[in-house]
Design a protein around this ligand. Structure first.
Ligand SMILES: Nc1ncnc2c1ncn2[C@@H]1O[C@H](COP(=O)(O)OP(=O)(O)OP(=O)(O)O)[C@@H](O)[C@H]1O
Length: 258
């Protein structure tokens, strides 16, 4: 087993992942991520972006290949060690907000800090600061059910940033936001990552979002490709309608160069 290059904070080689029902999600993906880099993982729906982030973060174990975080082989770790690594060094933002319903917004945002051993007062101050930056400071005492979906997602982003993780995995983080709010939240997220030296992996099917990153890695059908050219949405919908194949639009129409 060969250790990854020194300047890569995350490094993966020949990742293979197959779901329990046999669906192949990753078919030999390799990549390196430099410390402090903002890397977009792009590709159409179902191309394997979420699965790649889950493998890299140790949330699931690939059936084949290697994942290294600095000099630590994540792919050989047991579930408990991977859980500890995720808690202590990584952050994660889901495409839909998941919060603890019994806790208010600031308590939710402070929770990972407190789980890492930070005192309540310091954790609260950090949580409030990030809630403010994400324009939900005024909702700090509200419970999740009192918040709008977009506000809940902002709380999730504040929670992920408050711990200043070594690596932040953001899976379509602005999916529940209105188009007008997306740019501002993405700017907060990318600016925070840059100013705090957080390595950010951003899964997105949106080319404009991917353009905010330093570099982009494109996936298609679980494989890395150099480029994915998708036609505009309207054109795609017409093509899919004509083909009578709803749900296959992205794949049917995309061209790639490997
Ligand atoms: N729990 C599951 N069971 C079986 N197949 C799955 C499961 N989750 C995902 N898949 C399949 O694995 C492949 C990769 O899915 P993945 O969610 O990683 O892609 P994605 O690019 O993140 O897509 P999206 O943008 O829709 O989230 C797809 O073919 C998908 O249908």
């Amino acid at each position: 087993m060969e250790a990854p290059p020194d300047n890569d904070v995350l490094w993966a080689r020949a990742l293979h992942f197959q779901h329990q029902d046999g669906s192949p999600a990753l078919q030999g993906v390799s990549l390196g991520v430099r410390e402090g880099e903002l890397l977009a993982v792009s590709g159409p729906r179902g191309s394997g972006k979420t699965t790649l982030l889950r493998c890299l973060s140790g949330l699931v174990r690939p059936q084949g290949g290697e994942v290294w975080f600095n000099s630590i082989p994540v792919h050989t770790m047991g579930p408990l060690s991977r859980e500890r690594l995720r808690r202590d060094r990584f952050g994660w933002i889901d495409p839909a907000p998941v919060l603890v319903p019994e806790l208010n917004a600031w308590e939710n945002a402070a929770l990972p800090l407190m789980l890492r051993g930070t005192g309540r007062r310091r954790a609260k101050a950090a949580a409030l600061e990030w809630l403010d930056r994400l324009d939900v400071g005024g909702r700090a005492r509200s419970r999740p059910h009192e918040l709008r979906q977009a506000e809940r997602q902002r709380v999730c982003i504040a929670r992920a940033l408050a711990v200043a993780p070594a690596v932040l995995f953001a899976d379509e983080p602005t999916a529940p936001l209105h188009r007008a709010d997306r740019a501002q939240v993405l700017r907060t997220l990318t600016t925070a990552a840059r100013s705090h030296g957080i390595t950010l992996l951003l899964a997105t099917h949106d080319a404009q979002t991917a353009a905010l990153a330093d570099r982009s890695v494109a996936l298609l059908d679980g494989r890395r490709v150099r480029t994915v050219h998708l036609p505009p949405l309207a054109e795609t919908a017409v093509a899919a309608g004509a083909a009578g194949a709803p749900g296959t639009e992205g794949r049917a129409a995309c061209s790639l160069s490997a």
